[in-house]
Design a binder for this molecule. Sequence first.
Ligand code: ADP
Ligand code: MG
Length: 315
Amino acid sequence: MITLQNVSKYFSLGRGQQLHAVDDVSLTVAAETVVGLVGESGSGKSTLGRMIVGLHTRDTGEICYQNDVLPARFRPVDHVRYARHLQMIFQDPYASLNPRMTVFDILSESLRLQGQTDTRAMSDTIADWLTTVGLHPDHMTRYPHEFSGGQRQRIGIARALMIEPDFVVCDEPISALDVSVQAQIINLLAELKERMGLTLLFIAHDLSMVRYISDRMAVMYLGKIIEEGPSDEVFFNPQHPYTQLLIASNPEPDPDTERARSVEPIRGEITSPVNPGPGCRFADRCPKASSQCTTPPPEVIVSEGHRASCHLLAE
Ligand code: ADP
Ligand code: MG
């Protein structure tokens, strides 16, 4: 459905400083599957997701949607054309819904962009979708501030899915919500994904929730995908020291899979990938780092469909 080949996005900070937000990333998202994209804040997940739906230009590489190479820079006509197929659900339902518009206005906007004009038909579609996402048709006359965070995210989900896209980037759709609401929203997305045959890139900063909905998981660190594979493989048999620490430092809600908590937390803070050197970007925080980590880490196939980029694995 979606293929990224050597995709990069650099932000120029002036004075020759270049921030490598996404750096030479390749990733495939097969039709009707969910790929979880995880990593700490600042690792480049949103930038990657936004490039796929045309909200960021890209600097290198190719992104394909089915057989189309997507433009590196979307023109207004591309946005309209690809909005039918590629959609995004945002982290912050507060910021992404215009507070001055009613739910009807918010939801009809995307239908209008797709050429619909019949108010009655749009109203029927919107009523159906509000019901589908667990709200009430009467809610269409209300404003965003009249809803809870979870309800607002349901409106965001309706907005993205009502034009029946093939592919949806879900950018931390549950991070801003109460823990009690997070599972409900994940379940709603999982159910709609099945029913509509959707393909999802599901972005999150921790793996524990995401692994329930994801077929595959990709771990990002400072602009690079450092490990990728089937979700259970990555979760239960992590190969990269960063993935291992990320999993160990996560609270695990399921007591059956209680793991050793004695593992040390990840040292220090993620830095900015400004003018990065050729070596492993995790080396300065890695408990297993050695002198060889100043050279580019090799991408190693751990098992079929499971890859990780680390010198330790190449020995
Ligand atoms: P994540 O979603 O994983 O938290 P982002 O994709 O938001 O990460 O950011 C990746 C890196 O790119 C960060 O260092 C961030 O500060 C930087 N960045 C993101 N957007 C911009 C921008 N518009 N201009 C400059 N730097 C940016
Ligand atoms: Mg983000």
